[in-house]
Design a protein around this ligand. Structure first.
Ligand SMILES: [Ca+2]
Ligand SMILES: [Ca+2]
Length: 242
C-alpha cells in the first residue's frame, strides 16, 4: 500500500506528461521608444498599424505614421546595443546624407535579440515576427548604397527589399515588421540581425527599437509517452482508492 503522498506524486507526474498547453503569442521590445533619443512620439504608439506577431515568412507590414526628428544623436548609457546609434556602411567611401557626416559607426549593424522568454517548455515556435523602428533609410535616393539585411547569417530577401523601398527621405522613422522563416531560427532562441549599406556606404541609418513577436503551439507528445503518462495517471488514481 503506498502512501497518499506518493500516489499524489504519481498522479501529478502522469498529468504533467499528458498536459499540452494552449497556443500562445507574445511580443518583446528591445530598446527604449524615445525617437532615437531625440524626444518622444507625442503619446502615439509608433508600432500602430503594423502587425507585431503571427506574420507568415516573408510578409511585411508598415506602421501608419513616420516620425520626423532632429539629429545628430548618440546612444545614451544603458541603451539596448545597436539602438539610437547612427551607422554607415562597413566600407564608407562617400557621404550621401547628413548622417554620414555625423557621429557614426561603420556597419554592419549587428544586433542580438534573445526571445527565449517567449518560447515555453514543451512548445514549438510557429511564427516569428521581427519589428524594426527604421530610421533614415534612403535608398534608392542614393543609388550607390543599397542595404543588405541578414537573419542568422542568411540574407533575408523580404527585409532587404523593404529597407530598400521605404526611402524615408531624411531623418524620419517608420516602424516595420517582417515574418521570419522558422526554419532559419537558431536553437538557442537568439535572432542575430545584421544590416549593412553597400556601395559607397554613405547613406547613414539608425534604429530606435526592435520587437520580436512569437507564436507557439504545443509539441505533440510521442504515442509511447502518452501511454506512459496515462498509465502513471491511472496507477495514481488506483492507489488513491486503495
Ligand atoms: Ca540616410
Ligand atoms: Ca531608442
Amino acid at each position: 500500500m503506498s502512501s497518499p503522498r506518493l500516489s499524489l506524486k504519481i498522479a501529478a507526474l502522469g498529468a504533467a506528461l499528458c498536459a499540452v498547453g494552449p497556443a500562445s503569442a507574445a511580443v518583446l521590445v528591445y530598446g527604449d521608444q524615445d525617437l532615437l533619443g531625440t524626444g518622444d512620439y507625442g503619446g502615439a504608439d509608433p508600432t500602430a498599424g503594423a502587425t507585431l506577431e503571427g506574420l507568415a515568412a516573408g510578409a511585411v507590414t508598415l506602421g501608419s505614421n513616420a516620425y520626423g526628428h532632429g539629429y545628430p544623436f548618440t546612444p545614451a548609457v544603458g541603451d539596448f546595443p545597436g539602438t539610437d546609434q547612427i551607422y554607415v556602411g562597413s566600407v564608407q567611401t562617400g557621404g550621401s546624407d547628413g548622417y554620414s557626416a555625423s557621429p557614426r559607426l561603420n556597419g554592419p549593424q549587428v544586433v542580438s535579440l534573445d526571445y527565449a522568454a517567449l518560447h515555453g517548455v514543451g512548445t514549438k515556435i510557429t511564427s516569428l515576427t521581427l519589428g524594426i523602428a527604421a530610421d533614415d533609410f534612403q535608398y534608392p535616393a542614393y543609388v550607390l548604397a543599397p542595404f543588405v539585411a541578414t537573419v542568422n547569417g542568411v540574407q533575408n530577401a523580404a527585409l532587404t527589399q523593404i529597407l530598400n523601398q521605404v526611402n524615408l527621405g531624411g531623418p524620419q522613422e517608420l516602424f516595420l515588421t517582417v515574418g521570419i522563416d522558422t526554419a532559419q531560427l537558431s536553437p538557442n532562441d537568439v535572432l542575430t540581425l545584421s544590416i549593412n549599406a553597400t556601395g559607397d556606404g554613405g547613406d547613414g541609418w539608425a534604429v530606435d527599437f526592435f520587437t520580436v513577436g512569437v507564436t507557439t503551439a504545443p509539441v505533440p507528445l510521442p504515442a509511447a509517452v502518452w501511454l506512459f503518462g496515462s498509465a502513471l495517471a491511472g496507477l495514481g488514481a488506483l492507489r488513491r482508492r486503495v
